[in-house]
Design a protein around this ligand. Structure first.
Ligand SMILES: *Cc1c(COP(=O)(O)O)cnc(C)c1O
Length: 409
């Protein structure tokens, strides 16, 4: 045969971009275990385990807590297309790419889109949501991104959740880059529907979208006058497969992905959420200290910076593409560039799940130092590593980069 396709072995990579993140060998091993049928009682136990552990990580008792087949965007689409019917007024907070994606889906559902905007890098202000709610008459849904991966902004949710209660609106939250990486309390904060993805802070390959909905949200779905526009993501059909006692075939579950998610969630439970959040915060603070010594400043506004996605502004003399190419080709390290109008202006460095380690922070900083030194952008080696090490030695120095203390956690 001419030109046979070769065996593929990927080069070693350190994944420090906006996802996928590094995957633990235990998760990779779980994916390689033999298949079961999707209605096999032994597989149904895997689904039960996944549901139970997802409830723990979402901090919810919602019975309807599942993993949608597909990546994070499938979770976004599932939440929105099931809750929205043509003509429904929907407020969407848009301060980055993923808020804009939510708005695009609302439009396609025929929802009456009310955009509440903030500049990229800033949070959506609760008073702007309040204004939109009092100005617009009854609003069915308010949709917000908890962790804006395009800007590194961490959106406070509790005040807005209370506003939603007062106005009888449902709160839908995108937790793709927060679930398992920073505090998220679905029940306590009053989030009605929340979705995520597997390849970010849960450190599982991409392919499933955890999703949870409370009774208020489910009642809206049950009360629909028109069928959901998507057959594949129609949660009233999907639910029959995830409900104990029913287990009716809808589509074949991605068996190996569910094995992987189960193992990834077991790793989360072994570490414990509090320890996991503290680890993300510390490594982010050390990285930011190191980057600051290289002249790279945080893009997101103070007090609202994600520990999982570190977005930094490049000084004008620092070239984006050549540095990222060197990192990848010479050092095997992937980081993310800017999206949309931020292209060439920022880097997005993910420290999510397995990727958030001291070793990875120091490895990236030393690679950057070497590249910067070669281009004479810095005068001597060691400054970034020094700054990061100082932070690891006395973590309180990084206090200014901390998230606001979560209340009620
Ligand atoms: C990555 C991401 C998504 C989309 O997830 P995919 O897995 O790429 O489909 C949605 N929202 C946010 C905030 C994300 O970071």
């Amino acid at each position: 045969m001419a030109n046979p396709i070769n065996d593929f072995s990927p080069p070693p990579r350190l994944l420090l971009g906006p996802g996928p993140s590094m995957v633990h060998p235990r998760v990779l091993r779980a994916m390689a275990t033999p298949l079961l049928g999707h209605l096999d009682p032994k597989f149904l136990q895997v689904m039960d385990d996944v549901q139970q552990m997802l409830r723990n990580v979402f901090r919810t008792t919602n019975r309807f807590t599942i993993a949608v087949s597909g990546t994070g965007s499938a979770g976004m689409e599932a939440a929105l297309v099931n809750l929205i019917e043509p003509g429904d007024p929907v407020v969407v907070g848009v301060n980055g790419l993923f808020g804009a994606r939510m708005a695009a889906i609302v439009d396609r559902c025929g929802g009456k889109l009310i955009r509440v905007e903030a500049p990229w890098g800033k949070i959506i202000e609760p008073q702007d949501i309040r204004k939109a709610l009092s100005r617009s008459g009854p609003v069915k849904i308010v949709a917000l991104v908890h962790a804006e991966t395009s800007t590194g902004v961490s959106q406070p949710l509790e005040d807005i959740a209370a506003l939603c209660r007062d106005h009888g609106s449902l709160l839908v939250v995108d937790a793709v880059t927060s679930l398992g990486g920073l505090p998220l309390n679905v029940d306590h904060w009053g989030i009605d529907a929340c979705y995520s993805g597997t390849q970010k802070c849960l450190s599982c390959p991409p392919g499933l979208a955890p999703l949870t909905m409370n009774e208020r949200a489910l009642a809206v779905i049950r009360g629909r006058k028109t069928p959901c526009q998507s057959w594949y993501l129609d949660l009233s059909l999907v639910a029959d497969y995830w409900t104990e006692g029913k287990r009716a075939y809808h589509h074949t579950a991605p068996i190996s992905m569910l094995y992987a998610l189960r193992e990834a969630l077991r790793l989360v439970e072994e570490e414990g959420l509090a320890a996991r959040f503290a680890r993300h915060k510390l490594n982010s603070a050390a990285l930011m200290a190191g980057l600051a010594s290289l002249g790279l400043r945080p893009f997101a506004e103070e007090h609202h910076r994600l520990p999982t996605l570190n977005c930094v502004t490049l000084p004008t003399h620092v070239e984006d593409a050549p540095v990222r190419a060197s990192l990848l080709q010479e050092f095997g390290i992937e980081i993310g560039g800017g999206l949309g109008s931020l292209q060439g202006k920022v880097w997005r460095i993910g420290l999510m799940g397995e990727s958030s380690t001291r070793t990875n922070v120091l490895t990236l900083l030393s690679a950057l130092e070497e590249i910067f030194l070669r281009r004479a952008w810095i005068a001597r080696a060691g400054i970034a590593l020094d700054a990061a090490s100082q932070l690891y030695l006395s973590p309180s120095r990084g206090a200014h980069t901390e998230e606001p203390a979560p209340t009620g956690a």
